[in-house]
Design a protein around this ligand. Structure first.
Ligand code: NAP
Length: 496
């Protein structure tokens, strides 16, 4: 049976060797869909199509207003088909349908944000202090972009890249995670419907090592924008360096959630549970490191343990479910190894620490929300991202100690501080070396505000104005309206 789910040069087509991949539900391991599994040669075709379309100017020379209008049309189509998209996303990931619906609303607003931000792009005139000189700073598309995404928020993470790439006038190849391709396929159809010219947007599905790797090494690709794990990010950065590509990396996080004794503890505890266990912890900004002031440690931890133990896990359509499964059997195995290491390091298991044994979940990859007490920064579970439902607990006595703990990580993606003293809260927020800090809140983001990490959490920013800047080259055009000799070197022809 032929399955045409690769999109190359405006054509839907099968893999060149006919390869297929079964996408299975993390809820019960049933087959959700079969999609084409691209070969290296398919990826090279996609790069050729992107390069040719970019160099031809078929889209990159559209006016900015027309490109922004196209991005606005894509937003409208996402709204129109939000329910279909949510069903597809929830099918691949087994996340609750209600969560997938929230994601679709966020995705449409991301496209709208870039459609509006793009319109504000203007040339900048530089005053060089000479009346005969026009000096202009202008923006141009970066060129051909490889847009590589993860499986936790598949369409959202890809959209943070696609929307600004379109506004900028780039051509691109999308490579979603091999585990979650369905919404990227649908988005490509919506872009086609919105009027994107053939060759500008291309879609490659398949394994990172085969289908993804050429996108990061081929000299015809100008930029790689990658969201995923640190190990893959380092590999991509090293590969991209060989052809001096631009790279934008959104990697992992080990995010401190600092609770002071004087904070609104009811709100802090409730948000701490959400921060750590939403989407079974498969969130780059998950609040996995609880850092709590000693005087309220027992009160806070006892309540969190109780709440974590009561969380009801279930499939995407279970109306009682509060969270879902891990993405794959492989990921579940990694979480189990991670927990073995936590036990060996002496962490105390206060809640969870095992698979969910409910009979109706036995065919899926469900792991109980887990709280680990007595943790120190020396422990693997405090330093390494699990990307699962695991919260570690540390204590502090002073604000400076809380800051030192929060910064004792190679990562720097996000964190929170709960404190009723605004001066201390602001001091801690500014001292933490992470890209987003929430004060008396956890988790909200807006497309108007930059997102990204310090240190090993990444390079560059998505969203906000900077998120568009990643896809733009900056050019300086200097025009001399009164051309004259430079007079630098002696002109001996004048002596004859
Ligand atoms: P991953 O294993 O690093 O994979 C991410 C993407 O890269 C996938 O599409 C993967 O393909 C592809 N890939 C793998 N090897 C490649 C190679 N050599 N060349 C090109 N592409 C390659 O990450 P993940 O497990 O999907 O996602 C989880 C990670 O993402 C976590 O660490 C999380 O913190 C991070 N994340 C960060 C953010 C953020 O905003 N900072 C947001 C979400 C997630 P395959 O699927 O085929 O392996």
């Amino acid at each position: 049976m032929s399955v045409n789910t690769l999109y190359i040069n405006g054509q839907w087509r099968p893999a060149s060797d006919g390869g297929l991949r079964e996408i299975r539900s993390p809820h019960d391991n049933s087959v959700v869909v079969r999609v084409s599994e691209a070969t290296q040669s398919d990826s090279l075709d996609a790069i050729s199509a992107s390069r040719a379309s970019f160099d031809s100017g078929v889209f990159s020379r559209w006016s900015l207003a027309d490109r922004c209008a196209l991005v606005g049309r894509v937003a409208d189509l996402i709204d129109r088909d939000a329910e279909i998209l949510a069903q597809l996303e929830s099918g691949d990931t087994a996340k609750r349908l209600i969560e997938a619906r929230y994601d679709m609303a966020d995705i449409a607003s991301c496209f709208r944000h870039f459609a509006t931000t793009g319109l504000a792009l203007h040339d900048r005139i530089v005053d060089v202090g000479a009346a005969n000189i026009n000096s202009v700073i202008t923006h141009e598309p970066v060129g051909v972009c490889a847009l590589i995404g993860p499986w936790n928020y598949p369409l959202l993470q890809i959209s943070w890249k696609v929307a600004p790439a379109l506004v900028a006038g780039c051509s691109f190849i999308i490579k979603p995670s091999e585990l979650t391709p369905s919404t990227a396929i649908y988005l490509m159809k919506l872009m086609e419907e919105a009027g994107l010219p053939a060759g500008v947007g291309n879609l490659i599905l398949g394994a990172g090592a085969t289908a993804g790797a050429p996108l990061t090494s081929d000299p015809r690709v100008d930029l790689v924008s990658f969201t995923g794990g640190l190990v893959t990010g380092k590999r991509i950065m090293a590969t991209a360096a060989q052809t001096v590509k631009k790279v934008a990396l959104e990697l992992g996080g080990k995010n401190p959630n600092i609770i002071f004794a004087n904070s609104n503890l009811d709100a802090a505890i409730d948000n701490a549970v959400t921060a750590a266990f939403l989407h079974s912890g498969q969130v780059c900004s998950a609040g996995t490191r609880l850092i709590v002031e000693r005087s309220v440690h027992d009160q806070v931890v006892n309540e969190i343990v109780k709440r974590a133990s009561e969380i009801y896990l279930g499939g995407p359509n279970d109306p009682l479910a509060e969270s879902g499964p891990l993405i794959s059997e492989n990921h579940l195995a990694k979480i189990e190894e991670y927990m073995d290491r936590a036990r060996q390091d002496g962490a105390q298991i206060l809640a969870g620490g095992s698979r969910d044994t409910r009979d109706d979940l036995k065919d899926g990859w469900y792991y109980r929300p887990t709280v680990l007490g007595g943790c120190t920064t020396k422990m693997y579970c405090v330093q390494e991202e699990s990307f699962g439902p695991i919260m570690t607990v540390e204590v502090f006595d002073t604000a400076e100690e809380a800051i030192a703990l929060g910064n004792d990580t190679i990562y720097g993606l996000s964190g929170a501080v709960w404190c009723n003293d605004s001066e201390i809260a602001s001091h801690v927020a500014r001292a933490l070396r992470h890209g987003t800090i929430w004060v008396n809140d956890y988790g909200p983001y807006r497309p108007q505000a930059e997102w990204g990490g310090y240190k090993a959490s990444g390079v560059g920013r998505e969203l906000g104005e900077s998120g568009l800047g990643e896809y733009l080259e900056i050019k300086h055009i200097w025009t001399n309206n009164e051309p004259a000799r430079s007079g630098w070197f002696a002109d001996r022809t004048l002596e004859k």
